[in-house]
Design a protein around this ligand. Sequence first.
Ligand code: DX5
Ligand code: ZN
Length: 208
Amino acid sequence: GVAAKIAPSMLSSDFANLASEAQRMLDCGADWLHMDIMSVMSNDIVSFRAYLDCHLMVTNPLDYVEPLGKAGASGFTFHVEVSRDNWGELVQRIKSKGMRPGVSLKPGTPIEEVYPLVEGENPVEMVLVMTVEPGFGGQKFMPETMDKVRALRKKYPSLDIEVDGGLGPSTIDMAASAGANCIVAGSSVFGAPDSAQVISLLRKSVEE
Ligand code: DX5
Ligand code: ZN
């Protein structure tokens, strides 16, 4: 199968102590750190030595390629809904800054919309299927989005497929069995008394 990547969402962390919170998650076994980029960017992520999985929840992702590249971002995932006219240029720029391009889609967006981005000559390397409406942490997982994950996994056996929103011990099996391998988890990891235990449980479910 495709390797499991567990990505705590730093949106649920104690923002005043972002760097130490990030380090704590790595110590707890996190593979990636999921950063939701809204409108302001924290300088704290500069030169942090971890895989920074950036999810661009902005309407103008192109404007963020340069600064995020400089800040040391690893993955740059933009939304297809705001990039219908310029995703080709966007993917090229992301790659030219040494970042891994990914595309995300909201619960209401049909999965077919991302196929051209996965199959193009300059393909994205990850699809992020939103399992809640993007915006904030702590929302309820939408099981109906699993149809999209299943369709993607069937079509692309080795693609990185990420899920984001409402993932935790009670929903991970649905996502893992549908074929997701990159798991974002905010409140379930940060809200747990033992974050390392939750991270290892998520990983086990994906690796099963
Ligand atoms: C939601 C963000 C998520 C969020 C996930 O719009 O993209 O990354 O932080 O938080 P939980 O896991 O609490 O749903
Ligand atoms: Zn996110």
